[in-house]
Design a protein around this ligand. Structure first.
Ligand code: SAH
Length: 222
């Protein structure tokens, strides 16, 4: 099997120099998680090209490596946190997060919701192949409703673009926790935005960067 180490190191070098991400934990997670196991087999040789790749014929994509690393940075992760992801897709972003929050048997966990049934199976299989199925639970359903059973969450990440923050998600966020999402109409660009919950009724909003994501569907999506 091909060893992608050199290609990964080349990307990390680029990110360090460009300031894309500063969190060393994110670089370590990137080295650890095999992105090649989260894409259709015929695309394996493209695993470390820095652009998004299609997820089968679903019209969905796995984000470019630099975007997945920026998300880790934005989430300000540490071992032990409980995370909710909306949009499991391939399961790759969830595995990267798990590599940090559940590192060395830390009690952190990622719950990831996916609305497209064939991607639920795809993500679960990929996580199994890559050895992250203990630290990540993939749930089938509409992520804009959240996943009440495990709330509250320390961090929530939405990997699809929507015009508003789904209200159930703010409810399921722990006080002082953050929610990160591409905010805006899908189509061209959205603003990656971080909301910090300061009490039961207030959040503080911060714009992070311009991004382009696939649409967030569901009850509180587009
Ligand atoms: N994080 C993924 C990439 C996400 S692509 C990865 O690492 O591969 C966006 C995903 O969000 C798609 O799989 C899409 O089906 C899913 N999605 C869109 N709306 C959703 C919703 N309301 N609930 C759950 N998943 C949703």
């Amino acid at each position: 099997m091909k060893d992608f180490r050199a290609e990964k190191e080349r990307l990390i070098d680029k990110y360090r120099r460009s300031g894309y991400a500063k969190d060393e934990k994110a670089f370590k997670a990137f080295m650890q998680v095999p992105r090649e196991k989260f894409i259709p087999e015929r695309l394996e040789s493209s695993a470390y090209l820095d652009h998004p790749l299609p997820l089968m014929s679903t019209g969905q994509t796995i984000s470019a490596p630099h975007m997945t690393i920026m998300i880790l940075d934005y989430l300000e992760l540490k071992p032990g946190l409980k995370i909710l992801e909306i949009g499991a897709g391939s399961g790759y972003q969830a595995a990267l997060i798990a590599a940090i929050v559940a590192d060395n048997d830390a009690p952190g966990h990622v719950f990831s919701i996916e609305i497209v049934p064939e991607l639920v199976d795809f993500a679960r299989n990929n996580l199994l192949k890559a050895n992250y199925s203990q630290a990540v639970t993939v749930i089938k359903g509409d992520g804009t409703l959240g996943y009440e059973d495990e709330a509250p969450y320390d961090r929530i990440i939405i990997t699809a673009a929507g015009p508003i923050v789904p209200p159930p998600l703010i409810k399921q966020l722990r006080i002082s926790g953050t929610l990160v999402m591409p905010l805006g109409r899908p189509g061209l660009w959205q603003q990656m935005t971080r909301f910090r919950k300061i009490n039961e009724t207030e959040t503080v909003k911060e714009s992070l960067s311009s991004v382009a994501f696939v649409p967030l569907r569901g009850k509180h999506g587009v």
